[in-house]
Design a binder for this molecule. Structure first.
Ligand code: 5GP
Ligand code: ZN
Length: 108
């Protein structure tokens, strides 16, 4: 199955990258829903939170630390973190990702 985020990880598809680390990448959402809308994505393909295994616990903890690093690099004073799960939860890309939404509280 083609996965757009795997293709971005592998640089087969371009994205406006903001930070790249060994296990994660962060890039700008193509349809921003906040003044700053970034996606923090593990390089490892996992479909969704519903597909997490016990062995992924460490990775998901590291994802939060990565999001914190991204927010600091982007000088975000405050932000929201969101993970959509499943179609009914608003998930459209089946590669686990964390939305980082920055701006003023009333805009995010
Ligand atoms: P989801 O609804 O799955 O939680 O979020 C997927 C997000 O990925 C959406 O906000 C959508 O705008 C973004 N997105 C979808 N395709 C692309 C793409 O090819 N490039 C980038 N940068 N963002 C994308
Ligand atoms: Zn993928």
């Amino acid at each position: 199955m083609e996965c757009i985020f795997c293709n971005i990880v592998e640089k087969k598809v371009k994205a406006d990258m903001v930070l790249e680390r060994e296990k994660f990448i962060a890039f700008r959402d193509i349809h921003p829903k906040a003044p700053v809308h970034l996606l923090a994505v593990p390089r490892k393909h996992i479909d969704s939170v519903d597909h997490l295994q016990g062995e992924d616990a460490g990775l998901m903890g590291e994802l939060l630390l990565f999001a914190k690093e991204v927010a600091r690099e982007q000088n975000l004073e405050g932000y929201k973190l969101q993970i959509n799960v499943g179609r009914k939860g608003g998930q459209v890309i089946d590669h686990i990702h964390l939305h980082i939404l920055g701006g003023n509280a009333e805009e995010i």
